[in-house]
Design a protein around this ligand. Structure first.
Ligand code: SF4
Ligand code: SF4
Length: 163
């Protein structure tokens, strides 16, 4: 079968109109359209209200962990990143509190199942998306670290954003 090619016109043979058209699109992107590139890590993107970052524990107004040590989060966690131990307490208005609560951030896949399962909103996925730790042993966050206000942000803020 013989293929019929379209004959190029004089201007098409010059390629100039195509080059000018291509450059005009480049110039439009340079000067007229908004810039989406950020100079990360100097400029940090602000996550949206529904963003799910690394999980952390929530404190009540007196500073106690809201966790009632029911173990549901550990049971649903797909990569088994959560381990906790409970003890009975008489100091609080609920019966059990965690003596230890650890999350292996190296295993966490930020799925949010722990937040969904928790009956008392005691664990929440924060908007922290960067944790750079070279030593893998330090990826296991203990209860004190999980209760800290990371980057100075109150955990209540993350919960409010979920509503
Ligand atoms: S976000 Fe998912 S993987 Fe991470 S601790 Fe919670 S349940 Fe486990
Ligand atoms: S599901 Fe909530 S209350 Fe139960 S152990 Fe996990 S964080 Fe604590």
């Amino acid at each position: 079968m013989k293929i019929q090619y379209k004959e190029l016109s004089f201007w098409e043979k010059l390629y100039l109109p195509a080059i000018v058209k291509g450059l005009s699109i480049t110039l439009k992107h340079l000067f007229m359209w908004p810039k989406f590139t950020m100079q990360y890590p100097e400029e940090k993107p602000e996550p949206g209200p529904r963003f799910r970052g690394f999980p952390k524990l929530v404190k009540d107004k007196e500073g106690h962990p809201k966790c009632v040590a029911c173990g549901l989060c550990a049971a649903v966690c797909p990569p088994h990143a959560i381990t906790l131990q409970a003890e009975e307490t008489e100091e609080l208005s609920w019966e059990r509190t965690p003596v230890s609560f650890e999350i292996d951030m190296g295993r966490c896949i930020l799925c949010g199942m722990c937040e969904e399962a928790c009956p008392v909103e005691a664990i929440v996925l924060s908007d922290t998306y960067e944790l750079v730790i070279n030593d893998t042993r330090k990826w296991v966050f203990e209860i004190d670290k999980l209760l800290e206000d990371w980057e100075g942000k109150e955990t209540e803020l993350f919960l409010k954003n979920r509503k």
